[in-house]
Ligand binder design. Sequence first.
Ligand SMILES: [Zn+2]
Ligand SMILES: [Zn+2]
Length: 154
Amino acid sequence: MQLRYTVKEKKEMTKERVSWETYFMNIAKEVSTRSTCDRKHVGAVIVRDKTLLSTGYNGSIKGLPHCNEAGCEMVDGHCIRTSHAEANAIVQAAKNGVKIDGSEIYVTASPCYNCFKLIANSGIKIIFYNELYRDQRIKERAKEVGIELVSLEG
Ligand SMILES: [Zn+2]
Ligand SMILES: [Zn+2]
């Protein structure tokens, strides 16, 4: 029996297949929609061998009110209530006993200095980011420790 497809389904099938980089960045963007700080929505996914290992978005301490409920906790012009997406992705891996040494991370915005340190120390080798966010120090540090920093902007 021949399968029948609608015109829309046929169009979907012939559409160019997205690259792995686009695929995982699209997932990171989707993850960012769970963020609870309206100052910035960030999503991160950790990947190895084309396999999704962990996800994270910026949100407050588990069980405590979020920025969108209690307001942001501002210090020096930054909201410090949330744990960042990259940190939460690393924590989720640790919590579940998932090895992330030698993996890659996809983040919708490039890591802050603190998250960069966590990424470096967790053995992640490549950082794909969608938008360069504030901290330029990470470019220098990435070079020094041999982490690849790849922009997927646009
Ligand atoms: Zn906030
Ligand atoms: Zn951060």
